[in-house]
Design a protein around this ligand. Structure first.
Ligand code: PEP
Ligand code: MG
Length: 498
């Protein structure tokens, strides 16, 4: 490797086995009862700060070394800890058993052309990220990794949901032709749907964008979104892991979003960490039912407060709204509200940003009437609402057929939430994937939804579908759908809509 690199690696190896560092990490785990990744990040951060303050340039350089070593160890420690090769060759098709949210956050869409995974479902986060980047993706294909080899071309057909692992020359040629045709169709559709959306009978519907990373900002204008209805801020965090993004870094990111979305609003969801999005649940834990979303933030007030401070600072630059994920009780909302007010006071902000709650757990849906007086808006997360109501893991291909957001039980909950919001004039939006489903959007309009937020690439299609929906007729069908036997019956009912 050459003596220079060898010397660096030798230094890294010494850091990795340094008794003082290791003892401090162990001590932190014992004292604070935190997991190794957490203790490592905290202790390495302190060491780094001390070294970075040194007068000697040589010592200051050691700070960067500690940071590299800490990242590398954390990568190995955390279950989904960034196992992708750093530089994928351009034009790669990524085939894997599964893709952790950390890896998904680090995907470089300029290098990856498509994604095919053995595990995952249509609303698992790898799929959501792939859609955001406009990458074709097919998930839930057993034994896929055995069937491919790096030297052979494969076709990932995201529209049909199939992967061809041994295509003939003729099939490759046809696939490339379809790619070209589909690009042209999408371009025409985007031009046709550039204006504000409304239904066939003229009911105005606001269509905003779901974004995961500030790098996707360009998509806002390309897709003619009316602002950002859901910014999944945890991907900022996952990208920076194991360090946390600083208040300043966060503020910059939120300000960039506000600038790009102006004059429209930006709704930032506070970190939805834990759950399917890591950060490393212990073996045997059920992450979806664990310390996730707002629970995680309330258990780690330092992380939450830093985010609230950054949000308050950024809110001076535009219409910024804050959305809380995984709320299950009124007291969680009240505690979050207190922390937000305190953060606003600390930075001398007169009026804290608007605060809304995601309705994505049945208990929150059933409590909508109690929550409504204490929030400025609701946003229904149908991805999790379906997972938690139907007891179906959204990322498990074995139960993918049971994952039915159009299930009448879920429609009843959505209706209940809309009524609770309407009675107090609190807006109710839908930000789950159901809003980009061609049947789903008709059902939502029928139930009374007039604001949705979807992945940017879906916006043109959603507007197009909306223009074929008669809201009056959708309302009548939605009434019947509430009494349907199952999701299949709901779909059948709504197929007669347009
Ligand atoms: C949802 O649960 O519907 C949602 C929008 O949030 P996420 O997909 O990030 O869990
Ligand atoms: Mg959710």
């Amino acid at each position: 490797m050459g003596s220079e690199l060898a010397a660096i690696l030798e230094a890294h190896a010494m850091i990795a086995s340094d008794e003082t560092l290791l003892a401090a990490i162990l001590e932190r785990m014992r004292r604070d009862r935190v997991n190794p990744e957490w203790a490592l990040a905290a202790v390495a951060g302190e060491f780094e700060q001390k070294l970075a303050a040194s007068d000697s340039a040589a010592v200051r350089e050691r700070a960067a070394d500690i940071s590299h070593v800490a990242r590398e160890i954390a990568r190995h420690l955390s279950g989904g800890g960034g196992s992708l090769p750093r530089e994928l060759p351009r034009g790669s098709i990524l085939v894997a058993d599964e893709l952790s949210p950390v890896d998904a956050a680090r995907l470089d869409p300029r290098r990856v052309r498509a994604l095919a995974l053995e595990r995952g479902g249509p609303t698992s986060h790898a799929s959501i990220i792939a859609r955001s980047f406009g990458l074709p993706a097919v998930v839930g294909i057993p034994s896929l990794c055995e069937a491919v080899s790096p030297e052979r071309p494969i076709i990932v057909d995201g529209e049909r949901g199939v992967v061809d692992t041994g295509p003939s020359k003729e099939r490759l040629r046809k696939a490339l032709l379809r790619v070209r045709e589909s690009r042209e169709r999408n371009r025409r559709l985007r031009a046709r749907t550039a204006g504000a959306a409304s239904t066939k009978d003229g009911a105005r519907v606001v269509v905003r964008a779901n974004l995961e990373l500030p790098e996707e900002i360009g998509a806002l204008e390309r897709c003619h979104a009316e602002g950002i209805g859901l910014f999944r801020s945890e991907f900022l965090y996952l990208k920076a892991a194991p360090a946390s993004p600083s208040v300043e870094e966060q503020r910059e990111a939120y300000e960039r979003l506000l600038e790009a979305a102006a004059p429209h609003p930006v709704t930032v969801r506070t970190y939805d960490l834990g759950g399917e999005k890591g950060i490393g649940p212990a073996p045997g834990e059920n992450p979806a039912l664990g310390l996730r979303g707002l629970r995680y933030c309330l258990a780690h007030p330092d992380i939450f407060d830093a985010q609230l401070t950054a949000l308050c600072l950024a809110s001076r630059r535009g219409d910024l709204r804050i959305l809380l994920p995984m709320v299950t009780t009124l007291s969680e909302l009240r505690t979050a509200r207190q922390r937000l007010n305190a953060a606003a006071r600390a930075v001398a902000l007169e009026k804290p940003p608007q605060l809304g709650v995601m309705i994505e757990v049945p208990s929150a849906a059933l409590l909508a009437e109690r929550l409504a007086p204490e929030v400025e808006f609701f946003s229904i997360g149908t991805n999790d609402l379906a997972q938690y109501s139907l007891a179906v893991d959204r990322a498990n291909p074995d139960v993918a057929a049971l994952y039915r957001p159009l299930h009448p039980a879920i429609l009843r909950m959505i209706k209940f939430v809309i009524e609770a919001g309407v009675s107090l004039q609190k807006p109710v939006a839908v930000c789950g994937e159901l809003a980009s489903d061609p049947v789903g959007i008709g059902v939502l309009i029928g139930l009374g939804i007039r604001e949705v937020s979807v992945t940017p690439v879906a916006i043109a299609g959603v507007k197009d579908n909306l223009s074929a929906v008669d809201s009056g007729r959708a309302g009548i069908l939605a009434g019947k759908a509430l009494d349907a036997a199952d999701a299949v019956e709901v779909e059948k009912l709504f197929r007669t809509l347009s």
